[in-house]
Design a protein around this ligand. Structure first.
Ligand code: NAP
Length: 263
């Protein structure tokens, strides 16, 4: 996930995008292994990399933690004192680690400075600047700090600021949602191949159809059912397919799928 974000921010930077006016993006990536850093440098030529978290963040205004959730505490213990010179924006993408958890972990690490903490939940669309990112700040976060983090994540897609209790549902809809959309695309392809298209053609048709549907809803702001009415001729073929979806329990399957990870 960290790599996807870096690639998205790198692309935004190459496009001349700024977090705020005159606030250019300077990225430093850390990892445990040199091979990961070498991969990042070849994907993003000119980027700074380091095997040392503490030296990487001395000049950083924003720190993004993108390790597995069970490593967050260890990394915070490692970096807390190195961040003591001034307050920073600390963003974690670790699933289930709330902004309040982050704050507590910094306090437990005897951090001498109060930072601004954010639980951020992007998806891998970030690499292509098409993430859906949910942001949940710790209570008491200043509007200016929140605006800066929103601006940062807006460089790699769309953002929504939500209450902490919506981070899990957001992750199911947008993070895991990417996998569910892939399954829909696969199903469309399989039908297309059965009806006579080559897989490449079927993939192109499925993706372009999805882009058309997305463009329509974004441009009109319509409810999907209103858009469906537009393409559904009474007694025509579209309604036959729609009713087949209903008979097969499509709606219910999608709802159950999106809620499954919350139990
Ligand atoms: N995957 C998703 O779609 C997604 C979406 C939203 C949020 N997340 C969250 O993103 C986090 C990372 O998930 P992932 O799937 O990207 O994991 P991952 O593939 O294992 O990547 C973790 C990265 O962290 C590096 N790392 C590990 N320990 C480190 C340390 N002590 N200091 C510096 N870097 C360290 C690793 O470096 P090496 O490569 O050198 O080992 C690796 O590059 C998780 O907390 C997850 O909940 C993931």
């Amino acid at each position: 996930m960290g790599g996807a974000l870096v690639k998205g921010w790198y692309a935004a930077s190459a496009q001349g995008c700024h977090v705020e006016e005159d606030d250019t993006l300077q990225l430093t990536v850390t990892a445990r292994s040199q091979s990961t850093l070498d991969r990042m440098r070849s994907a993003c030529p000119g980027i700074s990399t380091s095997l040392s978290n503490t030296s990487a963040l001395t000049s950083a205004d924003v720190v993004v933690l993108a390790v597995k959730p069970w490593l967050i505490q260890q990394v915070i213990q490692e970096i807390a004192s190195a961040l003591d010179a001034r307050p920073r924006l600390v963003c974690s993408v670790a699933a289930g680690v709330s902004a309040t958890n982050l704050q507590q972990l910094f306090h437990q690490s005897d951090a001498a400075v109060e930072h601004a903490y954010f639980y951020c939940m992007p998806n891998i669309g970030a690499e292509f600047q098409a993430s859906m990112t949910f942001l949940s700040p710790a209570s008491g976060t200043s509007p200016a700090d929140l605006a800066r983090v929103e601006s940062l994540f807006s460089l790699v897609g769309r953002t929504q600021v939500v209450d902490d209790h919506l981070m899990g549902p957001g992750m199911m809809m947008a993070g895991c949602g990417i996998a569910y959309v892939m399954r829909f695309v696969r199903a469309q392809m399989e039908a297309g191949v059965e009806m006579g298209f080559y897989p490449r053609q079927a993939l192109d048709i499925a993706l372009q159809t999805m882009e058309g549907a997305t463009a329509l809803l974004r441009a009109t702001g319509e409810h999907p059912e209103a858009a469906i009415d537009r393409v559904t001729t009474p007694g025509g073929v579209t309604i036959k397919g729609l009713n087949e979806l209903d008979h097969a329990g499509f709606n219910s399957a999608v709802i159950r799928c999106l809620k499954a990870g919350l139990h």
